[in-house]
Ligand binder design. Structure first.
Ligand SMILES: *Cc1c(COP(=O)(O)O)cnc(C)c1O
Length: 478
């Protein structure tokens, strides 16, 4: 496919704008370009086709099944985008005085109230711009809390080995030492190991439940009590809230801090690095440490709080407001009942798919039912036929599907982590089972056929190491 610059034809342009007399808008000499700027010149038809062709090359939820485990790639109702593009929101400037943006502040306060109810938390900041950023913010609050009590030895964060990679990274960024907590044979936190690891230097625990294996830890209360008894705080990585919203609440499980990924659970389009939002909820004792600028209901108006104990500001202004607005629309439209139903359907869909895969001969990483996602291990295909999880994922692309998350969690060999979400129909789930079954048979009878996939994509098998180490991201002009 040609770049728009390569399609350019000198003199071809849109003729919608009136000609301008160059003399009427002469800039002072020092502001003028010495050379002509090289802009592509195309007709409206050509531009429209060019961008439509680019759109067709992107795979998103609008194209097909997108079971990227741990990412919750659910369908996003278009009305959320419509509301987020209303001029009354897009025309607001973040430097406006709080008296002039009362509606926006009220929206933040109302979503805070709704989400706190869902989480059993007492307050929430919308400043963090992503999940990892929320983790970092929560850990700074945890640190500030311990220090405010003169408790200076607490420099260790406990993190289970099934954790998302951002957890240890955030802990290290916030200046903590990371202590790895092993999982037991069932995929849960090894409680005895946890007990032997806590002490006076424990700042807290970072945990996601259900964990990245898609399993809900039945010992959750014993886990959080162990940390509290040692004087630490419990932090809940709520990026995986989708299967539990409206069912159980992190606050009731004994957590003191939670981050959410609005761009996963609360229906904001994501992937490819677009804007996200990772709000952090906390219990009462941690409120004073929240980032500055928390909207506070003062009866007749909303004001921005200024706490002397605050950790400061973690992002400019109010965070990614339009992402928060989409989440607000989603929560208001679904209501408590709809939210609960969404989560039940997400779990039902994942279990339907897991059982279908098991019936087709696939090995799952763990026995029994799952929550919102499950992990397949293709170790047997690799061992017997030389077909890896990567080969299988590539073959799925030719079937019009996005591959599941691969090689994660690290504790499962040849892992494919599948999360169908609640927005897929039973027909689609049956189709997915049919495709997986067919590709598995192909792997057993003609493994070479999978090794040459994908055939339908622009690039088939890039040198992944080279592409990661030496990416060419700039157009090379000749
Ligand atoms: C996605 C995810 C994160 C990180 O969220 P980002 O917005 O990508 O920074 C953290 N933990 C879990 C369990 C996740 O699935």
């Amino acid at each position: 496919m040609k770049l728009i610059f390569e399609r350019s034809q000198a003199g071809r342009k849109l003729s919608l704008l009136p000609e301008v007399d160059p003399k009427s808008c002469q800039l002072p000499e020092k502001f003028r370009r010495a050379e002509h700027i090289r802009l592509p010149e195309l007709s409206e038809t050509e531009i429209s086709r060019h961008y439509s062709a680019l759109e067709r090359r992107v795979f998103g939820v609008n194209q097909g099944f997108f079971p990227l485990g741990s990412c919750t790639m659910k369908y996003n109702p278009k009305i959320n985008d419509e509301l987020a593009s209303l001029p009354s929101f897009t025309g607001v400037h973040p430097l406006q005085r709080s008296q002039e943006i009362q509606g926006c502040l009220k929206l933040l306060a109302r979503l805070e109230e709704r989400l706190c109810k869902l989480l059993a938390m007492d307050a929430m900041t919308f400043q963090p711009a992503a999940g990892a950023h929320g983790e970092f913010t929560a850990l700074l609050m945890m640190k500030a809390y311990h220090l405010s009590r003169g408790d200076e030895k607490r420099n260790k964060i406990l993190i289970p080995d099934a954790a998302h990679g951002t957890n240890p990274a955030s802990a290290a960024m916030a200046g903590f030492k990371v202590v790895n907590v092993p999982s037991d044979a069932k995929g849960y936190v090894d409680l005895e190991a946890l007990k032997s690891l806590v002490g006076e230097d424990t700042a807290g625990l970072m945990l996601t439940n259900p964990n990245t294996l898609g399993l809900f830890d039945p010992n959750i209360e014993a886990i959080t009590e162990t940390i509290h008894a040692a004087g630490g705080l419990n932090y809940y990585d709520g990026a995986n809230l989708n299967p539990i919203m409206g069912q159980v609440r992190p606050g009731d499980m004994g957590f003191d801090l939670v981050h959410l990924n609005l761009h996963k659970t609360f229906s904001t389009p994501h992937g490819g690095g677009g804007p996200g939002s990772g709000p952090v909820g906390c219990v009462e004792i941690l409120k004073p440490f929240l980032p500055q600028g928390q909207p506070i209901d003062c009866g007749d108006a909303y004001e921005l709080a200024n706490s002397s104990k605050s950790i400061g500001t973690v992002r400019s202004f109010y965070g990614n407001f339009l992402v928060v607005l989409r989440a607000f629309a989603y929560v208001e439209l679904l209501g408590a009942e709809g939210i609960r139903e969404a989560s039940e359907t997400a779990v039902l869909n994942a279990n339907y798919l897991q059982e279908g895969m098991r019936a087709a001969g696939f090995q799952t990483a763990h026995e029994g039912a799952c929550m919102h996602e499950f992990v397949l291990s293709l170790a047997d295909l690799k061992k017997n036929y030389g077909v890896s999880a990567l080969d299988f994922a590539k073959a799925l692309q030719d079937e019009g599907m996005h591959p599941p998350t691969m090689y994660f969690p690290l504790i499962v060999s040849e892992a494919l982590m599948v999360e169908p979400t609640e927005t897929e129909s039973p027909e689609m789930l049956d189709h997915v089972i049919e495709v997986f079954t067919r590709l598995r048979k192909l792997a057993e009878t003609n493994p070479e056929a999978l090794k040459s996939t994908p055939k339908t994509t622009v690039i088939s098998r890039p040198d992944e190491v080279e592409a990661a180490r030496h990416p060419i991201v700039q157009y090379q002009e000749d």
